[in-house]
Design a protein around this ligand. Structure first.
Ligand SMILES: Nc1ncnc2c1ncn2[C@@H]1O[C@H](COP(=O)(O)OP(=O)(O)OP(=O)(O)O)[C@@H](O)[C@H]1O
Length: 589
């Protein structure tokens, strides 16, 4: 079992560590049999060009030859994974041209075809894989490694994203409703993807199922080099955190980023590319060029006094990996190369990248936080997540009153927590409660279908039919305006009326955008009540904003079609009374 050594000395320790760089030479593929090979490994540390008998002077951490096994690659990374239990962030990144073996290295050989993965096969899938993992790549091995060695009092969460054409998508949400996610930065979390789903996972089965589901949603295309070429960069993320405060009053939290980059591709002048393919190719090459520039400048800065600016912000990939490249993360890059002469230009270019990466040094330290300070803030963040999840729960059928009651209870709880100093026991309880809530919500959302590859589409279909989301043709959610205090509700399809609600200068104002409706005094009172309650929630959330918490989260919370859907507006009946009310309210704005 990995030992978690959380000594106070280590907690304070900050150390410098170079990025580790390994090279993996893939074997010739069937279709390449008979072709000349140009590179080989020397002493497991150097790359030799066979034709010229030239040796690349750079020593790498490891050079794996074409006979290397998946297990060898994983064993070489073991340290990075072990240290995650001590609070160190880790990133493992597969880099290389298209068809060089990145996906093979990160995920493994194509089990999908081998195992005909489907709901029926799911039950045996994990067991089969566990019994013979010889072809499994780094990600499934890390998952097995984590759960087989998980020390007591650790929780694991998992998320999976892709960057396609410079846009970030959640691979664990339904790909038919592609919601573009945004990057944000906070003191607490560093750079993070807003609204990315984080699943509480308890065993390798849950985790592998999520991996599989995400893989299925990834965008692939046939290219000259690869029948099933990944067209997006993916990051499978595991969050590992302690749920018990250690004797120094410290909690640890670390992230493991497992990245499979899209491969650069030569533009073949003779090949006619579709527009989509061309745009993809441009975006992939552009983001890889930026990654190259970032590595180049970081490596220069290591040598020179004069510091060059690092263009992290020039691509989503580098911005998201900012911490892995120049921040607080143990990073291991695996540069995959093809052995044949046909790919010599790309191979040389990949090796140059590897050489530069080898010069980059990163300062790392464990991610600890004092249980008595930031945990409160953490808890509040989680509660916002919880609120979001509750709203989602409501979508899957939770009673409106239950939801409302829970929202109010959390508000009260927040108020209470603001007043008091938390003890370590309280903190642990909070962590455990949050975990339980997450699990409960996941269960409610997914019920028996957790991990069913078709499950997410099912939920979305259900949402589409129930909540007025677009049908197949228009899969995007209707845009919901958020501008400080602005909400637009999203009533069902059958009701064309839209309601805008604005809170301004302490007043609640109602404005009908399209059409008029009949509204009884009782309904009016109910609306007002809802609005003032919602106002209280919003004020609460604004308070959280001031605490520098992910302020954008309020957007997603507030933009969820929630209480407002309960205004059963009836467009057919219009009363003068309501028109007057509306006029008054517009005038007040
Ligand atoms: N070490 C290896 N042993 C056997 N086959 C391999 C190895 N590496 C890669 N392959 C095979 O080579 C082909 C291309 O590999 P893979 O899809 O992993 O490349 P990639 O770098 O991810 O490409 P892309 O960037 O286009 O997605 C696949 O058929 C894969 O099974």
């Amino acid at each position: 079992m990995y030992q978690s050594k959380q000594s106070s000395k280590q907690v304070q320790e900050e150390r410098k560590q170079p990025i580790k760089v390994s090279i993996r030479i893939r074997p010739l593929l069937k279709k390449e049999q008979g072709q000349e090979t140009i590179v080989k490994s020397e002493n497991k540390k150097f790359v030799v060009f066979e034709q010229s008998t030239q040796i690349l002077k750079q020593e790498f951490d490891r050079v794996f030859d074409d006979q290397s096994l998946q297990v060898e690659i994983y064993n070489n990374l073991n340290e990075c994974i072990k240290q995650a239990f001590d609070g160190f962030n880790g990133t493992i990144l597969a880099y290389g041209q298209t068809g060089s073996g990145k996906t093979y290295t990160m995920f493994g050989s194509d089990w999908e075809s081998q195992m005909n993965f489907s709901i029926n096969h799911q039950a045996t899938y994990c067991a089969d894989l566990k019994s013979d993992i010889s072809f499994a790549g780094i990600i499934p091995r890390v998952i097995f490694g984590l759960f087989d060695n998980l020390p007591k009092n650790f929780y694991i969460y998992c998320s999976f994203l892709q960057i396609y054409n410079e846009k970030i998508y959640d691979l664990l949400q339904d790909h038919k409703v592609p919601v573009q996610l945004n990057l944000h930065e906070s003191k607490l979390d560093g750079i993070y993807v807003e609204n990315l789903t984080e699943y509480a996972v308890n065993n390798y089965h849950d985790c592998l199922t999520l991996m599989k589901r995400g893989e299925r949603n990834r965008i692939v295309r046939q290219t000259t080099m690869n029948l099933k070429s990944s067209r997006s960069h993916t990051i499978f993320q595991l969050i590992i955190e302690t749920n018990k405060v250690d004797k120094h009053g410290v909690l640890f939290k670390s992230k493991l980023n497992l990245c499979d980059l899209a491969g650069s591709e030569k533009i073949n002048k003779l090949e006619v590319l579709s527009n989509d393919h061309f745009v993809e190719l441009k975006n992939i090459n552009q983001s890889l060029t930026t990654l190259g520039k970032v590595i180049q400048n970081l490596s220069q800065n290591n040598k020179n006094k004069q510091k060059l600016p690092i263009p992290y912000r020039e691509s989503k990939l580098t911005r998201l990996l900012q911490d892995s490249l120049g921040g607080n993360t143990m990073t291991h890059i695996i540069v995959n190369i093809a052995p044949n002469i046909y790919n010599i230009d790309e191979t040389v270019s990949s090796l140059k990248f590897a050489q530069r990466a080898k010069n980059v040094t990163i300062k790392i330290q464990p991610n600890k936080f004092n249980a008595n300070d930031q945990v409160l803030v953490n808890k509040l963040i989680k509660e916002i997540d919880y609120l979001k999840s509750l709203l989602n729960m409501k979508r899957s059928g939770l009673n409106q009153n239950d939801l409302h009651f829970k929202l109010m209870k959390i508000q009260e709880e927040n108020e209470r927590l603001r007043e008091i100093q938390l003890s370590n026991d309280d903190v642990e309880k909070i962590i455990q409660e949050n975990r339980k809530m997450k699990e409960e919500i996941q269960k409610l959302q997914q019920q028996s279908s957790f991990g069913d590859p078709s499950e997410s589409s099912y939920i979305v279909k259900k949402l589409q039919s129930e909540e007025g989301f677009g049908s197949e043709g228009t899969t995007e959610r209707r845009p919901l305006v958020y501008n400080g205090m602005f909400i637009v509700s999203n009533p069902g399809n059958q009701q064309k009326t839209e309601v805008q609600v604005r809170f301004k200068d302490g007043r609640n104002q109602l404005q009908m955008k399209k059409g008029y409706v009949e509204i009884s005094d009782q309904q009016e009172q109910r609306q007002k009540r809802f609005l003032s309650e919602k106002r209280r929630v919003m004020e609460r959330l604004q308070y959280l904003d001031q605490l520098q918490i992910k302020n954008e989260m309020t957007y997603s919370l507030l933009s969820q079609p929630s209480h407002f859907n309960s205004f059963q507006l009836n467009e057919g009946k219009k009363t003068t009374k309501y028109k007057q009310l509306e006029k008054q309210l517009i005038q007040k704005q």
